[in-house]
Design a protein around this ligand. Structure first.
Ligand code: IVH
Length: 722
């Protein structure tokens, strides 16, 4: 639950009235009260919930339903009577001059949810069908924590949490460490109001959250006491904001979006006179606040529903968690007319998406073998719908994590799936039931690789246990091939997991270069492989041969060399031979590698070691012998590496036999050429393919050199042969 949306999206209650024994009802209500108090304390005070929000919501609704049906049993101190957080000891309370409201939640996650809201607004405003559509601002519902920022004469004077909506906590010191929050407002054509309270959401980006948890795991592995991992970005953000030591808060990367206002000087006292919420968002942006570019004006129910759909489709790709869309009536005069019900404005609603955390049961714990031999414990789960997909596996990261979380077969666990991050078990739900413990054994890393049987070892000081089988291990071979063939590496279209399984398990290929030795017969003989798909794969392999140095380096799967490092290496060295040398002795030394931007000792050592291994050199040489190639000097634009086409202007026309237009353009640009759209006297040469039209004619007319694809490739290879 976020501090105020205690209304769940799905409510599967066993209708309370089915119970005919009233004592049982009273008992259940008491039990629910206790549970909810316990969980609210963990959530609000300890920042360490042990059940998912959706489960809390379910319990909360169950209690609400029971209280509605049996008001005589409702307890005065029931959690349903108190919505919101509380003030922690250690922070100074701040009374909000304008209360921080919550938003009504539309529990229907379908488009009909938007229709219901629009219909309600129209009814409240007394509009008929003939009246025009209402204008709304639709925004993401950020999953962080609400913050009120008070500026006096343009200077940040106070930051306060929402607390219970009336009184929050003064967290100014911590908030000042958030780079995105202006300490002073930027000048703008709109005069600065003497008093301006900006409301918005403090949140943690998913990548920042993952990096923070990685650091936490490392600290824990190194034996640090009192450190923990965080269950989700919102909790990590809440923990950081309420961290009593601002120095620690500063190490937790937080972000901010502004979406509303608290107290603001009226126009008569120097405040701006704006008519709509959207104009306010623009004003906030000009004063220097981050305002979501996703906020948009939508008219009428269908347009809101379309926004919900669109935003939902983008949800995984966003760098931060959202749990719904928020719709707000745009015109401020209409907002005033609509007013409030208790602490919720009638003019706004939160239209939810499926929850990103759910509970389920652990059916087993498997061990997966990664590309570098890393053994990862993976929980096999009873299928659960979370973050928009059905999840049956969730990572437990490593042995220490699995033991620290104490995940065992039979446990009820919280699973989180957000973005394209792999589903994760964030914790075990403590057992409260009457059933005696029927838990499995604590997890221990295997002593042998479950795939190839080689010894599995965990080196001193390492977090991971690894299979020592190297490329002897089928699992590692498969992963190495998949890694090489992925889109961001050398890209072999259509070479997916199933096919690689077949190829490796059937002993059709053993090493990467074997891929390029595949023939139609061998392929077509694979089960379920039609001639046509076999030919497609061969075509894809052929097309993949022309690649780039960064993609190739990344595709090799050198430990610690991701895409960015591969690019830096290519840029720095320009040519592969400068990195691997003709012999191991000539390979780049650790010191030379350390000169590459962002390459530290661990990475440098890993690259050096990789190219000292005869079998790795063999793989590279064979791949090249099979025809895998690229323009040397690529990406060397701002280094001293050769740029054979620097200063040349090239025009592409027609369809080239193997290169896509983008590929050809990338290669030309990497070699220093400028790629132009039309032929002129300044054109250095034209690269023409099939069905080249007027550009080719023009080139001939002007006597400009014309190359075909082969000619272009030959040209780009020049420095290699030198
Ligand atoms: S407007 C009068 N806009 O949702 C409405 N709230 O349930 C005041 N939230 O506590 C809030 N994204 O933490 C608003 N775009 C958005 C929001 C948003 C997230 C949170 C906020 C607030 C809660 C309201």
């Amino acid at each position: 639950m976020s501090t105020d949306d205690l209304f769940p999206e799905s409510f599967e209650s066993n209708v309370p009235l089915a119970l005919d024994c009233v004592d049982l009802v009273a008992m259940e209500m008491d039990h629910l009260c206790q549970q909810l108090h316990h969980h609210a304390h963990r959530y609000y005070v300890l920042d360490a919930p042990d059940i998912p929000d959706a489960e809390y919501d379910r319990l909360f609704q169950r209690l609400q339903a029971l209280e509605a049906a049996h008001p005589e049993h409702a307890r005065p101190g029931s959690p349903t009577q108190r919505v919101g957080g509380r003030v922690l000891d250690g922070f100074v309370p701040v009374r909000h001059r304008v209360p921080m409201l919550s938003i009504r939640t539309e529990t229907d996650t379908e488009p009909t949810g938007a229709q219901a809201f629009d219909a309600r607004i129209r009814r409240e405003l007394g509009l008929s069908e003939a009246d025009p559509a209402i204008e709304y601002v639709a925004e993401p519902k950020f999953d962080g924590l609400a913050m009120s920022l008070r500026y006096e004469h343009g200077v940040l004077v106070q930051a306060a949490t929402r607390g219970d909506g009336e009184t929050g906590e003064d967290v100014t010191q911590n908030i000042r460490t958030i780079g995105q929050i202006p300490l002073r407002l930027m000048a703008h054509t709109l005069a600065l109001p003497p008093v301006l309270e900006v409301r918005g959401e403090v949140y943690m980006r998913r990548d920042d959250f993952e990096a923070l948890n990685d650091r936490q795991r490392q600290k824990i592995a190194a034996g640090a006491k009192g450190e923990k991992t965080f269950v989700n970005p919102r909790n990590a953000a809440a923990g950081a904001v309420r961290q009593l030591d601002p120095a620690i808060a500063a190490q937790r990367p937080l972000s901010f979006y502004a979406y509303g206002l608290g107290e603001v000087s009226p126009p008569s006292e120097g405040g701006p006179d704006l008519a709509t919420h959207f104009e306010w968002l623009q004003a906030l942006k000009h004063w220097g606040f981050p305002v979501s570019p996703l906020a948009s004006i939508e008219s009428g129910a269908a347009s809101l529903a379309a926004f919900h759909q669109r935003l939902g489709a983008q949800r995984d790709a966003l760098p931060f968690d959202i749990d719904g869309a928020v719709y707000k009536v745009n015109r401020l005069d209409l907002q005033r007319t609509l007013g409030f019900v208790t602490r919720e404005p009638r003019w706004a609603v939160a239209h939810k998406y499926p929850a990103q955390e759910q509970m389920t049961t652990v059916l087993g714990i498997d061990v997966q073998v990664g590309r570098t031999g890393k053994l990862t414990p993976v929980a096999k789960l009873a299928p659960v719908f979370v973050g928009g997909v059905t999840v049956t596996n969730a990572t437990l990261h490593n042995e220490d994590e699995a033991r620290r979380k104490d995940v065992r077969v039979g446990d009820t666990v919280i699973v989180r799936r957000a973005g394209d991050v792999i589903p994760e078990v964030v914790g075990v739900v403590p057992r409260t039931g009457v059933e005696p413990d029927a838990r499995g054994e604590p997890y221990t890393a295997p002593t042998h690789c479950p795939v190839c049987g080689s010894a599995a070892v965990r080196e001193e000081g390492e977090i991971d246990t690894r299979c020592t089988g190297g490329l002897f291990c089928g699992a590692q071979r498969k992963q190495a091939i998949l890694h090489f063939a992925q889109r961001r590496a050398v890209e072999v279209e259509g070479l997916g997991e199933k096919l690689v399984d077949q190829l490796v398990d059937g002993n059709v290929i053993r090493t990467l270069p074997d891929l390029y030795k595949l023939g139609l017969v061998a392929l077509a003989s694979l089960e379920r492989m039609a001639d046509k798909s076999a030919q497609n794969l061969l075509d894809a392999l052929e097309a993949s041969k022309l690649t780039t140095l960064p993609r190739f380096l990344f595709g090799l799967g050198i430990r610690h060399v991701g895409e960015a490092t591969a690019k830096d290496l290519a840029k720095h060295f320009g040519r592969l031979s400068a990195i691997m040398g003709d012999t191991p002795e000539q390979a780049a030394t650790v010191d030379q590698l350390l000169a590459v931007r962002d390459v530290g000792p661990v990475v440098a050592q890993s690259i050096h070691t990789f190219f000292q291994q005869p079998h790795n050199r063999e793989v590279v040489e064979q791949l090249r012998a099979c025809g895998v190639t690229w323009a040397e000097g690529e990406g060397a634009a701002d280094s001293l590496a050769p740029q054979p086409l620097a200063g040349k202007t090239v025009v592409l026309t027609g369809t080239l036999p193997t290169l896509s237009r983008d590929q050809a353009k990338d290669m030309l640009e990497a070699a220093g050429a400028k790629v132009a759209g039309s032929v002129s006297k300044k054109t250095s040469f034209v690269v023409a393919g099939a069905e080249a039209g007027s550009k080719l004619d023009k080139a001939r007319e002007l006597g400009i050199e014309v190359l075909d694809e082969a000619g272009l490739l030959a040209l780009l290879q020049m420095p290699t042969s030198a």
